[in-house]
Design a protein around this ligand. Structure first.
Ligand code: UD1
Ligand code: UDP
Length: 373
């Protein structure tokens, strides 16, 4: 069976990397990897860490390009690769522009699509934007759906997706995380080794969502600046996203403070281990909401809603919204109230056991056999 794996951004790469490894190791499978490079540096960091050499690299990234540009360039580029390779199936991941365009390109060539991390729904088509609609449409195009949780399975069933085509696997991010966490990890950046993680309260921040650009991001960064100023024990680390629109606002609100470290995006191994050493995490990222519970770290979600209700139910994440007061209040409680903190830190991870990739590979073989019969 020839399986083509397609991805383009940092989170897709992290979550597809252990799957590529599992596919490569299987003697019954020929693995072909195509990256769109919707991200460049942030993708390359992951490829290097997991030692993945793509067979095709479409290199489509341009600074600040629009959604239509990404969509059309991925569509045209992937079409050529699919025509050449004619795989049995194309695997896409999650909800990015690469995901939807890649799935469309496969569909146009009548090649089946497997959707990894299927079934997440926020219920609001503009949040996350454009990801919610990317997911919905990819579900219509896919022939086999790899859902991480029962809630994700149920979302697909509610939309009329045939139960026979859904496989519950857990999230592959836990497979990735397990492979990089190391208690003895030493950072390349000496500033990160010098922090007194036991006595300081290290707050790790990431922010990049399109729907937060502008006023919401100003509110968020403003509230965080005040938190750092009000609580002397807090050290803030922000590996800022390479999107210039994010950096501009971050510099304005978070620049020039001795307890705020604005650093380049960390490679995954360093970032995962930094999550493990932090006191709490503030983020609008999706993947981090799945990882942090594994590491026993409370997450303040800088969004108005989440498509990860399992994490809310498990008590590991708190959805703070994007208003100044709300972000400040939710976070200051976790900084100053040990009981509130302990309650969140002790929750159990609902996202998987680290064997999602094995389950996906097995399901692919069953799917192939069923097609042959
Ligand atoms: C994309 C995905 C989003 C995902 C996020 C993960 C879409 C529409 N958005 O958003 O779902 O959560 O990736 O981070 O698919 N840049 C670089 N180098 C890089 C990466 C980005 O310079 O390695 C800069 C470029 O100027 C680029 C900009 O960041 O134009 C935005 O990148 P883009 O992929 O369009 O959107 P993200 O906000 O990263
Ligand atoms: N991450 C990383 N380095 C960083 C920040 C994040 O490796 O400096 C990882 C993080 O552990 C998670 C993923 O990137 O696995 C999340 O990616 P991102 O926030 O870009 O996208 P999202 O999850 O929101 O789609």
């Amino acid at each position: 069976m020839k399986v083509m794996t397609l991805f383009g951004t940092r989170p897709e790469a992290i979550k597809m990397a252990p799957l590529v490894k599992a596919l490569e190791m299987d003697p019954e499978i020929e693995s072909v990897v195509c990256v769109t490079a919707q991200h460049r540096e942030m993708l390359d960091q992951v490829l290097e860490l997991f030692e993945i050499k793509p067979n095709y690299d479409l290199n489509i990234m341009k600074s600040g390009q629009s959604l239509s540009e990404i969509t059309s360039r991925v569509l045209l580029g992937v079409e050529e690769v699919i025509k050449k390779e004619m795989p049995d199936i194309v695997l896409v991941h999650g909800d990015t522009s690469t995901t939807l365009s890649g799935a469309m390109a496969a569909f146009y060539q009548q090649i089946p699509v497997g959707h990894v991390e299927a079934g997440l729904r926020s219920g609001n088509k503009y949040s996350p934007y454009p990801e919610e609609v990317n997911r919905l449409l990819t579900s219509r195009l896919a022939e086999i759906h790899f859902a991480a949780t029962q809630g994700n399975v149920d979302n697909l069933l509610k939309e009329g997706i045939n139960a026979q085509t859904i496989v519950k696997t857990g999230n592959t991010v836990i497979d990735a995380l397990k492979s990089v966490i190391d208690d003895a990890y030493v950072f390349e950046d000496e500033r990160l080794n010098q922090i007194d993680y036991d006595h300081k309260k290290v707050v790790l921040l990431t922010a990049h969502r399109r729907e937060n650009l502008g006023k919401p991001m100003e509110n968020i960064f403003g509230a965080i600046r005040k938190l750092v100023e009000d609580f002397e024990e807090v050290v803030l680390i922000f590996p800022w996203h390479l999107n210039p629109a994010v950096r501009h606002v971050a510099q304005k609100y978070l620049g020039g403070h001795e307890r705020i470290l604005l650093i380049e995006p960390l490679e995954y191994e360093a970032f995962a281990n930094l999550q493990g050493k932090s006191y709490l995490i503030m983020t609008d990222s999706g993947g981090i909401q799945e990882e942090a519970p594994s590491l026993g770290k409370p997450v303040v979600v800088l969004r108005t809603e989440t498509e990860r209700p399992e994490a809310v139910a498990a008590g590991t994440v708190a959805v703070a919204g994007v208003e100044f007061e709300d972000v400040y209040d939710v976070t200051q409680t976790l900084i100053s109230d040990p009981n509130a903190y302990a309650k969140m830190a002790g929750a159990v991870n609902p996202y998987g056991d680290g064997y999602a990739c094995e389950r996906i590979v097995s399901a692919l073989k069953v799917w192939k056999k069923s097609k042959e019969n």
